[in-house]
Design a protein around this ligand. Structure first.
Ligand SMILES: [Zn+2]
Length: 680
């Protein structure tokens, strides 16, 4: 406690150095948040982006090190909900990451679950500057770093699989960015040298073979910091032994819903390549394979590979929540199919990395679609329970076998570990990594607004400290206010992502209107920035109608997808330590067809905005509703808890016309998202 006043003084001095002290009165909201998170001058060095070293190709944008971008506003509240829920307590109630974890030297779970949990816990702890969570994470990290074999191998001795170590490497890179712990880089170097010697004898197999690009990211991270040429050899080994995703997607063979027979799941003999190639999480992780490898190969075809994968997944398995179906193998475009939560967070991580490498604004659009819809959609409002599989048309969450390709009957329950415990350990990375990725540095030393949510960043632009604060209720509102504050006047570009849906966006700098930016681009404002400069971006949030399976329609506004919220009856199935497993049954009818088609103008949809609460993804706290007209369609029914495939549109109905309210997708845990369209 006694050190607190000194810290405040130091922060005040630092604010002065930045030339920001005078701004406190004119910009109180931002600066009070900023003053709480001002880094010490020495840590500023760590907040500079690290660019690619020769011989790697340059990335368009570089992520800022963990801790440089911090959440504010509703996003900070969301991370605090996560910390107060399973995210900050999982080890206290789930033995797989508890005191007997193999990653603490125990005899318990010794595979992926410890590293998965840490991959979210580390960024959560450091973005919230939460000492309790940092101390939790430190135990696993200290055990890992302090028990490395003399040959370089690390992790539980009982399990020599390369795959869980790929996750732990991601943990160590984030931890190093946040702390500068001098043990990390030598430990990674020793492990990689061990792998260079071992991989020719004991190569990548199953999960590690299909997820090699995730390790490649950590090898690239280390090479950029050390320049050790041996790491280039390791990259070649990983690529040579890893699955060739780009060749598969050049002639994509998996265009229909996968069956257990097709991938020979029932034939025994271990995991088959067919099963792994059609596995949702593997595909979500692989979206970055082409972009990541393009840094090494310099190949334009590799760069384009990620966009090609997304296009194929959208065409044959795309769903309105931004996901592809995977329950847990690729499952076709029917909105009653599910998507696994691990795939949501891994797809997000792939998009964050690919957006940096490629600089394609469409990747930012997709990232927001997942972050604001699919991610919170699979989590209860308090983040104490999650689903394994979520469905866009989800009319009941109960024990049922259908419609999953290969998953079990618990798949869409909300609970501790429905179906299988991977998502229990892995979902924690979703929100924190999204927060850390909102602002980036461009190749030519500009500040990039890659995605939008309230946050602030302290970083370095060409050796000058720059602070950027983003005040907004986006995606619930269209106004984004940014304060750009360099420590000294400095010329650099500010790049603003203009989403593809955002025609008519207005941009002002210090109240002066700028030229109207084109949607689907990065608007570039190059000027000499000085402390106190303010940028206002106003995105027009006109409702839109998009078209899906059987010509069904979904209603969107900005980055949010909207659903009809079915009445919910939550029935506890059983207690699970500090949490519980739940079934959710519908209490109202849901089978509406809408008086909308894909060409409908926005006048068919009436938006009602209400206050943006600290739980904007809950039904009670939903900050916006869209009112539309529709009629019930009695022929559209559910069987065994699953909505029949949405009927082919257009449809007719003799039922009376009603006005119904649609709420954000994630706020409706039972929902219809893809509706039949009424014949006009
Ligand atoms: Zn999972």
């Amino acid at each position: 406690m006694s050190s607190r006043p000194r810290i405040c003084l130091r922060r005040r001095r630092f604010l002065k150095q930045l030339g920001l002290a005078g701004l406190v009165s004119s910009f109180p909201g931002v600066l009070s948040a900023f003053a709480n998170a001002v880094p010490s001058p020495s840590s500023l060095v760590r907040q500079a982006a690290v660019k690619n070293r020769t011989p790697f190709a340059q990335s368009k944008f570089y992520p800022l090190p963990l801790g440089a971008v911090r959440p504010a506003g509703w996003l900070q509240a969301q991370l605090k909900i996560q910390a107060a829920g399973l995210g900050g307590h999982l080890d206290e109630t789930w033995a797989d990451v508890g005191p007997n974890s193999g990653w603490l030297g125990g005899t318990g779970e010794s595979w992926e679950r410890g590293p998965y949990f840490l991959d979210g816990l580390v960024p959560l702890a450091y973005l919230l500057d939460d000492e309790r969570l940092k101390a939790k994470a430190q135990k696993y990290i200290d055990w890992t770093l302090n028990h490395q074999d003399s040959n370089g191998m690390f992790g539980p001795r009982s399990n020599d699989d390369w795959w869980p170590r790929m996750v732990m490497l991601k943990v160590l890179t984030q931890y190093h960015e946040a702390t500068g712990d001098p043990r990390v880089i030598p430990a990674m170097q020793r492990y990689f040298e061990y792998q260079i010697a071992e991989l020719p004898k004991r190569g990548l197999r199953d999960w590690g073979k299909f997820r090699w690009q995730d390790e490649a990211l950590s090898v690239i991270w280390l090479y950029n910091r050390t320049g050790n040429a041996k790491l280039l050899d390791l990259l070649q080994l990983l690529h040579a032994q890893g699955y060739d995703w780009l060749t598969e997607y050049a002639n994509f063979p998996y265009k229909e819903r996968i069956t257990a027979e097709r991938i020979k799941l029932l034939e025994g003999g271990g995991l088959k390549d067919l099963a792994l190639a059609t596995h949702g999480v593997n595909n979500g992780q692989a979206v970055k394979a082409g972009p990541v490898w393009s840094l090494v190969s310099g190949s334009e075809a590799d760069r384009r590979g990620g966009m090609r994968m997304i296009a194929e997944l959208d065409q044959y398995h795309g769903l309105p929540n931004g996901m592809f179906s995977c329950d847990e193998h690729l499952a076709g475009p029917n909105p009653s199919q599910g998507s696994e939560l691990c795939t949501v967070v891994e797809y997000m991580f792939s998009l964050e990395q690919s957006l940096g490498i490629l600089g394609d604004p469409a990747l930012g659009d997709r990232l927001e679609r997942l972050a604001f819809n699919a991610l919170p959609g699979a989590l209860t409002d308090d983040m104490w329970a999650h689903q394994y599989d979520q469905e866009p048309n989800q009319v009941e969450c109960s024990l049922h076998r259908e419609p999953w390709t290969t998953n079990g009957p618990e798949s869409n329950l909300f609970g501790l570990e429905p179906n299988f415990g991977c998502c229990t350990a892995n979902f924690h990375q979703g929100w924190p990594k999204f927060a850390a990725s909102l602002l980036m540095l461009s190749q030519d030393d500009g500040v990039v607004a890659a995605a939008y949510a309230p946050c602030e960043a302290s970083t370095m632009v060409r050796d000058t400290p720059v602070h950027v604060a983003v005040e907004t209720s986006y995606p619930f509102r269209g106004m984004v206010r940014m304060g750009v504050n360099p420590a000294a006047p400095l010329k650099f570009p500010l790049l603003l992502r203009i989403p593809a849906w955002a025609a008519g966006t207005s941009v002002k700098v210090n109240s002066e209107a700028q030229s109207v930016p084109s949607p689907g681009t990065f608007a570039r404002i190059e000027r000499t920035w000085k402390a106190g400069d303010r940028v206002e971006v106003e995105f027009p949030l006109e409702p839109r109608v998009s078209q899906w399976f059987h010509d069904s329609v979904a209603v969107e506004r900005g980055a949010l997808v909207f659903s009809y919220g079915i009445g919910e009856d939550w029935l506890k199935l059983r207690d699970r330590g500090m949490t519980a497993d739940w079934q959710v049954y519908p209490t109202t009818q849901w089978n509406y067809a809408l008086a909308l088609d894909a060409a409908s103008a926005s006048h068919d949809v009436r938006a009602v905005d209400t206050e943006v609460s600290d739980r904007p993804f809950s039904a009670k706290g939903a900050p916006v509703a869209l009112h539309v007209k529709g009629r019930k369609l009695p022929a559209w029914e559910a069987e065994n808890g699953v909505a029949d495939p949405v009927p082919q549109s257009p449809v007719t109905s003799d039922q009376p016309e009603e006005t119904i309210a649609l709420i954000p997708y994630a706020a409706a845990k039972l929902r219809i998202t893809a509706f039949p369209s009424l014949k006009t």
